[in-house]
Design a protein around this ligand. Sequence first.
Ligand code: 4AD
Ligand code: MG
Length: 504
Amino acid sequence: MYIKDLAAAAEQSTTIKGWVTNKRESKGIVFLVMRDGTGFCQCVVALDNCGEQVFEQARSLSMESSVALTGKVVLDEKQIGGVELQVSNVEVFQVAEEYPISKKEHGVDFLMDHRHLWLRSSRQWAIMRIRNTIIYSIHKFFQEQGFLQMDAPIFTGNACEGTSNLFETDFYGDPAYLSQSGQLYGEAMAMAFGRIYTFGPTFRAEKSKTRRHLSEFWMIEPEMAFYDIFQNMDVIEGMLHTVIREVLNTNKAELDLIGRDTAILESSLKPFPRMTYDEAVRIIRGEQDVNGVNSITSLRQAWKETQERHDAVLKDIEEREAKIATPGMKKGEIGFHQNKIQELRNELRDLEEDLRNIPQWIESAENFRYGNDFGGSDETVLTRLFDVPVMVYDWPHEVKAFYLKRSAQDPSKARGVDVLAPEGYGEIVGGGERETDLHLLQEKIVEHQLPMEAFEWYLDLRRFGSVPHSGFGLGLERLVTWVCKLKHVRESIPFGRMYGRLLP
Ligand code: 4AD
Ligand code: MG
């Protein structure tokens, strides 16, 4: 039986198979917390109940040992999952070697080196379950509306999002690139099927370590014939509303486990503000407030509060260190303080990072040059001011991809749209209306110094029944990172690939 179903078997005898995540002993009783992938459950092995041999077997179990436990299911509201298993028999698959991940705080590099094991911990378990809900709800959203799911190739002969971050590989002696985006193939399929979406891996060679960049990430790219940029925004909003609603409905326990305050997710079920690039620039520079809040003054306030917290944490660490040093302190108490100190040190590192970042955000916001693309810090400055994703459209055409349609009202603008997640997260979706004019597209390809012959097939889409159409790309890991409020995108994917990380 799976742990998630135990409550239905109250007062019955059953067997669960799983791993020991925690063990505690008191006289004549061993408490085992078990996990089986579906949930967690406290199992009580009492000497009186199961006899000497079974009891000794339970005592011998180490963390992450694999076992089958048989016993009676008893409802108990105080326990995780609302049940307890009163064990009568233990069958051991393996007594695990000393497990490298313990309850004490570990550094991120250590955890990433042990990602294959780290995935078992409850927090990672919760994140992956939320990721699963997000994937499922995206498919559901598009399938229910009759979109066709298509798989774009991974080996490609042309760039889509510029040449600076292509992974080159050898394709029978010719250079090929790992796909940066399935969009161009999606456009071809949209001309055959009307509305399609891709859901597949994409690759960007980003030689920098940021919280937002992976070298391999999963992208969802819908493409819709006869949709303009505003209908495109309706699809983005509908999709994100569906995802958020499904996560709130399905993953209450997981959100709770990772400590995600759901207020922002709930408020994100309302319509997303839509603003032009010009308006967003005024907000970033502090020339226009959002609900009475100014970007620059609120950053200064945040810096002050961060500094105060920083000082308080530092003091707390010093006090605990002094306590540990006092003679006669009990081992358990020392362990408690050491754990807390490690936690505080981790917080301190984050606070120090904020203290370094915020002045840079202020500086880049104050000096933002009209016409530039947004950098990570500009997105952070803007989205800190909102409790819901915002859509920024009509970008200076020079800073956006070659395929975007030029605005009829203002030819200096391209009809691109970026969706920026609140709480400082920034871009999760990039998309827009596509250029339909063959000659403008050819000009753009030359301007971007892309090889024309590799795009001839794409240009055919403008030669044979060209229609207005739009689409977008959603970065799955960026969305998971925001929904779970993770500090870094690396925790949003089972085995992240990024600069400096190819193992495990
Ligand atoms: O904005 P991007 O580059 O747009 C495209 O690739 C278009 N062809 C999409 C389209 O219109 N069909 O990427 C789309 C999204 C970004 O908004 C971001 O969420 C994600 O993909 N993304 C990344 N996620 C993680 N790591 C990276 N290095 C990413 N680069 C882009
Ligand atoms: Mg983008």
